[in-house]
Design a protein around this ligand. Structure first.
Ligand SMILES: [Zn+2]
Length: 143
């Protein structure tokens, strides 16, 4: 049990903005960050995508794809941004934000602010290969 705001919202059963729901996930309309903004939340309280079971992964992305398709139709666009940060609410969820043709791209803000704060990283190919090797080793040791 947890007292996180998303868990409380899920348990309240008074969510009137639910678009779709399945065994592991709930897709909700929000509009909080931009017109058409929706979120898909996993029902179980987890902090990271790395904690998803295979069934939860399938369930959450099943809903994400269906809502993204609806958003792209409604806003006549061919792209939906997926953003998962969780700095404010420590319960894994993914924001879906349609790329409106007449509004700014979100990547400029996300990466622009990161570059501002940390400076643009310019890894060499050797550094990228080194990271690749380290991650491959970790992944193979986890199987
Ligand atoms: Zn929670």
């Amino acid at each position: 049990m947890t007292d996180c705001s998303i868990c409380i919202k899920i348990k309240s059963e008074s969510m009137q903005n639910v678009i779709e729901e399945n065994k592991s996930a709930i897709g909700i309309a929000s509009g909080y960050f931009r017109e058409g903004h929706c979120s898909v939340i996993v029902k179980r309280h987890i902090k990271s995508i790395s904690e998803l079971s295979t069934d939860e992964y399938t369930d959450i992305f099943y809903i994400i794809k269906r809502i993204a398709k609806a958003l792209e139709y409604k806003y006549d666009t061919d792209k939906t941004y997926l953003i998962s940060i969780g700095d404010q609410v420590d319960h894994f969820h993914i924001h879906l934000i349609p790329k409106h043709k007449d509004k700014c791209s979100i990547g400029v803000y996300c990466f622009g602010k990161l570059f501002e704060a940390e400076g643009e990283q310019k890894p060499t190919l050797e550094e990228q290969v080194s990271l690749r090797d380290k991650l491959r080793n970790i992944i193979s040791s986890q199987q």
